[in-house]
Design a binder for this molecule. Sequence first.
Ligand code: EPZ
Length: 419
Amino acid sequence: MDKLEIRGGRRLDGEVIISGAKNAALPILAGALLADAPVILKKVPHLRDVTTTVKLLRRMGVDVVFHDGVRLEIDPRGIAEFLAPYELVKTMRASILVLGPLLARFGWADVSLPGGCAIGARPVDLHVAGLRAMGADISIEQGYIRARASRLKGTRIVLDTVSVTGTENLLMAAVLARGETVIENAAREPEITDLANFLVAMGARIEGAGTDTIHVDGVDALSGTEYTVLPDRIEGGTYLVAGAITGGTVRINQTCPEHLDAVLAKLDEAGADLTIGEDWIALDMAGRRPRAVDLSTAPYPAFPTDMQAQFCALNAIGEGAGTVTETIFENRFMHAQELQRMGADLTVKGNTAVTRGVDELKGAPVMATDLRASASLVLAGLAASGVTIVDRIYHIDRGYECIEEKLSQLGADIRRIPG
Ligand code: EPZ
């Protein structure tokens, strides 16, 4: 397995371009199944999770072609089977996102239950309940969701819990359903708005995406379209923390500042000087030590759970004590013990990580356990004295495009050790 070797203690300075958002690209790739003609996508990030999704689509008989490495063409007209097998779904739970489109477009879907992952049980009961409410006949057999529907019918759905992919699956099911669907207590993440914009570009009729109530008027068919995926706000936030944790000056380009309000507020509290442009954000922490902050994760527009681990690393070297409370997932502090091995004074009590900032972290061999935990270990390694070896970085390759190239561009001493 590949590892990342980081020689820390160097200040990061410079600019990086932010890639397309993983958590928008994945539902949009699934949404292409709804079209009756080819779809062209731009700014699809080159990530393991995207590769896995493309593999899944091709396995179904969907034609997927990368043109000149920039445009991804998806032609669903050759689809031959409606199956998402366990061996693929177990590597990427977001495969569940093909369930709604397959059911809406073809009336047939056999999708493996994703199973849990490092950060929690990750149930999909809300996805299934919503589709059943739309008239799908769904049974759970031998670890698979077997879903059938002549034609889904629009209805009013109230999600018990705010669920990002739950909202996305039901939105994609609703666009070809008969009649109106209202999704209440919908997730409001920018990636949902991006998916909705993509579906509208194909001819869907959607109002209210980005709010907690989404109205969909079902149509009979969706055409092909060309669409550009929005920038990855979590990748952007991660590079800003890289600047803050090393006392540097980092500017992220081709981003959407308005999608990072809650993160920017915490970086400001940590003492960073921030300049916000139209599509860029500059962070200046030149030579200063961050102040530790208190935060609690919650659904958008509140502080994102996907930035929680990164702020645990920042607090580890911050001035004073900080608390990070995780309210979305039940086991999202896997990075804690690895940070402790690097000298962090961090204690997890229930769903809160309490940190007392130390003057210096020490490089050490550490192991990545999930995507954002890996990011926090890389950030800690950048700040630590000595060498940090992050193992199992296939986790990080799921969600960060060219991470060592982008960090090297900012002055980090980092290299990939093929394993
Ligand atoms: C999406 O996961 C993201 N993944 C996650 O990003 C992100 O952390 C999460 O939303 C929260 O923002 C993608 O978009 C591909 P949820 P998702 O359904 O949709 C419970 C990353 O690092 N729930 O919003 O799976 C669930 O257990 C990844 O990029 C149910 O109970 O998360 C959790 O407690 C990690 N039943 C809460 O809802 C359901 O049917 C929110 O989960 C569905 C969810």
